[in-house]
Ligand binder design. Structure first.
Ligand code: SAM
Length: 253
């Protein structure tokens, strides 16, 4: 049960509304027009949010900001951490495909959310591009990089799971040696609200500052690579719950 003072993610998610969304979508009189049409599926999800329940998907201002970046950089493969019901996977997966890209991998650890996302991705006709992977982001990243050797480098990564996982997962990617200067770009949502202070401190620091941060930020058994040079820009937005930002981090050297 959600509590009045709990963070937005717990107040506005995981109480049955995501399955309710599927019932809403499949009982719409225009369901046939939604098939194979990502824009219409997204608009139907927006309708549900307006009429019934709020969902915790990427909002109407940040979404286009990221689709513009996809159009500029044209990643062949894009990965997101935290897929929820598939809204960003449909929005960004369609943008990746429209810009000549091949795959959008959405990593989601809640199997019920992943099932809803799969259904909506199928409905949107994006099965050829979007793959929903079920499991924790850290386990799946290790599988994709080390075990399956499916991913050799990160082109564009969207971090949108829980903010306290942003830095451990970034350190994991550093350790896996898949961040490539001049190629990799990291987009981290909600860095102001709810906030990802440790992640921001790391991606804004110089290599020598990072040397001193490894212990302070609690790397534990992780093996970060402070020598990587990052350039981070905060793009601020007025979101429903107040000011928020997407941090765009380019790996420079
Ligand atoms: C804010 S929602 C993602 C919204 C989605 N990107 C969108 O814009 O449509 C965060 C999601 O991250 C998932 N999550 C939390 N911890 C995770 C982890 N360790 N690995 C993968 N997914 C995780 C949650 O279950 C939740 O569905």
């Amino acid at each position: 049960m959600s509590k009045p003072n709990s963070p937005p993610a717990q107040r506005f998610a995981f109480d049955g509304r995501e399955v309710d969304l599927l019932h809403y979508i499949y009982s719409r009189p225009d369901i046939k027009q939604l098939r194979g049409n990502p824009e219409k599926v997204l608009a139907a999800i927006d309708d549900y949010c307006q009429k019934f329940n709020q969902l915790i998907n990427v909002g109407p201002t940040k979404g286009p900001f990221i689709t513009n970046l996809i159009a500029e950089r044209k990643p062949s493969v894009m990965i997101e951490l935290g897929g929820y019901i598939g809204y960003s996977a449909i929005l960004f997966g369609a943008a990746v495909r429209a810009n000549g890209g091949k795959r959008f991998l959405s990593l989601e650890n809640n199997p019920e959310m992943a099932a809803v996302a799969n259904q909506l991705v199928e409905l949107a006709g994006l099965r050829d591009t979007v793959q929903i992977l079920v499991g924790s982001s850290s386990d799946l990243l290790v599988e994709l990089v080390s075990e399956q050797k499916d991913i050799q480098s990160v082109e564009m990564l969207f971090l949108d799971h829980w903010q306290d996982l942003y830095l451990p997962d970034l350190w994991l990617l550093e350790q896996l040696d898949v961040l490539v200067p001049g190629k990799s770009v990291l987009l981290a949502d909600n860095v102001i609200m709810p906030g990802a202070p440790k992640y921001l401190e790391w991606v804004k620091a110089t290599p020598s500052q990072k040397e001193g941060l490894v212990e302070k930020l609690g790397a534990g058994s992780a093996v970060p690579k402070p020598e990587l040079v990052y350039e981070t820009t905060l793009h601020e937005f007025e979101a429903e719950f107040g000011k928020d930002a997407v941090a765009v981090t380019e790996v420079k050297a």
